[in-house]
Design a protein around this ligand. Structure first.
Ligand code: NCD
Length: 306
């Protein structure tokens, strides 16, 4: 298995064995994430965030620092006006002179792929429009595997904005490589993107529902997402679906005792605060797992570990 020098653009570029290898390596990285290490000393990560973001960028930077490396970058929304492919290509060709690896977030789909074509250093896609967010999918998988001890055999629901949410696209592709039953819960107008649905339906059992209640008692994992307000072309359309789902203690009465709730964060009103202290909540654990997973990816891609 070779990760050194590789781009991580789409979760679809990874085989099941490679994903499993990343999960196992991430588990071995846990103590290193606590103690710190200097295996990436002298290496530089550039985080180029053309979309407003704090957590994912900080997660990448924290991961780099914990391995003894350094990080530079920007995250101003204004630079999102750099919307032409040519400009992105130039940015990447300049920044790769400063950095050994680039994490890129961009509002346009295909941006990370384009950047990778121009860059000689590896590119990690940290979110490409509504399309994909592969490192989030890897940390989500790690959380499921680490918390429940397996992925195969589980009943998993993806809930909320399945149309504009990039995390659920990457996660659905990855889960379609596993032996899971996938339940897609969304308002009609926010159903899972056609291209994702077509791909995953050939591989695993998929059901589509409108309410969480219909499938809740069977679930091992409830993955709920924010309605992606900023990606709606029309404010009136957003108004129709805002607040569609809310997980609260009342709803959870019908859940299995060991069902876990995941959320990529930030949450708006999808999960009531009262849920945070229940044994179901794992969304803050996901944040920690994100750092450990990104440490693993940086170390593998930069060749510090095999
Ligand atoms: C997600 C994203 O940016 O796509 N957040 C994240 O990476 N932690 C989800 C979201 O913004 O709703």
């Amino acid at each position: 298995m070779k990760f050194k020098g590789r781009d991580i653009i789409s979760i679809k570029d990874l085989a099941r064995e490679e994903i499993d290898y990343i999960l196992e390596t991430t588990r071995a990285m846990e103590p290193v994430a606590k103690s710190g290490s200097d295996i990436l000393r002298g290496k530089m990560l550039a985080t180029l965030f053309f979309e407003p973001s704090t957590r994912t960028r900080l997660s990448f930077e924290s991961a780099m620092h914990k391995l003894g490396g350094s990080a530079i970058g920007f995250a101003e929304a204004e630079v999102a006006s750099v919307k032409k492919g040519e400009n992105l290509a130039d940015t990447v060709r300049v920044v790769e002179k400063y950095a050994d690896i680039i994490a890129l977030r961009h509002p346009l789909e295909g941006a990370a792929r384009l950047a990778a074509e121009f860059a000689e250093v590896p590119i990690i896609n940290a979110g490409s429009g509504a399309e994909e967010h592969p490192t989030q999918a890897l940390l989500d998988l790690y959380t499921i595997w680490n918390e429940l001890g397996k992925i195969d055999g589980l009943n998993i629901a993806l809930v909320g904005d399945l149309r504009y949410g990039r995390t659920v696209h990457s996660l659905a592709y990855a889960l379609s490589l596993c032996d899971v039953k996938l339940h897609l819960v969304s308002p009609e107008s926010l159903r899972m993107r056609r291209e994702v649905l077509d791909t995953i339906k050939d591989r695993i059992k998929v059901t589509e529902k409108r309410t969480i209640e219909e499938i809740l008692p069977r679930l091992d994992v409830l993955y709920i997402t924010r309605i992606q307000k900023e990606r709606f072309p029309d404010a009136a359309e957003y108004a129709k679906v805002r607040g569609s789902y809310q997980v609260d203690l009342n709803l959870l009465e019908k859940a299995k005792e060991d069902m876990i709730i995941l959320h990529p964060l930030p949450r708006i009103d999808e999960i009531a605060a009262e849920v945070d202290n229940t044994s179901h909540a794992r969304y803050f654990q996901q944040v920690w797992n994100g750092i450990v997973t990104r440490m693993t990816l940086l170390a593998l891609i930069l060749g510090a570990i095999k």
